[in-house]
Design a protein around this ligand. Sequence first.
Ligand code: THU
Length: 134
Amino acid sequence: MTDEERQTLIARAVAVRQWAYAPYSHYHVGAALLASSGKFYDGCNVENAAYGSSICAERTALVKAVSEGERQFEAVAVVTGNGGSPCGSCRQMLAEFGLDLKVLLLDGEGKVVRETTLRELLPDAFTPESLRRD
Ligand code: THU
């Protein structure tokens, strides 16, 4: 990821957070993914009156990207009010496409509070490789 891509990724994650639909938790999340194609995909959390039907920002961004043909990703930026880290379901969904994903966690001011990888956030991940029988 170039410095320019990194800045764009962060700016997109900060900007998309304004669209978070979180009338129940009031926890607004924005996420942006950089695909290896060079394209960016962003998403916010979208909650539902049937709470379990809600979707996180990271998975919104991921399904947007995959449904446009992307399968390889370089980095994800996640913006929350408190620099929170992706939930287990989002880690698992992202792991499907590679554990070397760079993960940038930002607070509500857009400051990077942690920079890590999916491999570090999800040790001993269950991935497509785990289904091999031979
Ligand atoms: N949320 C995300 O969007 N991403 C995460 O990784 C953690 C949680 C959302 C889900 C729900 O809308 C709200 O934050 C509170 O859990």
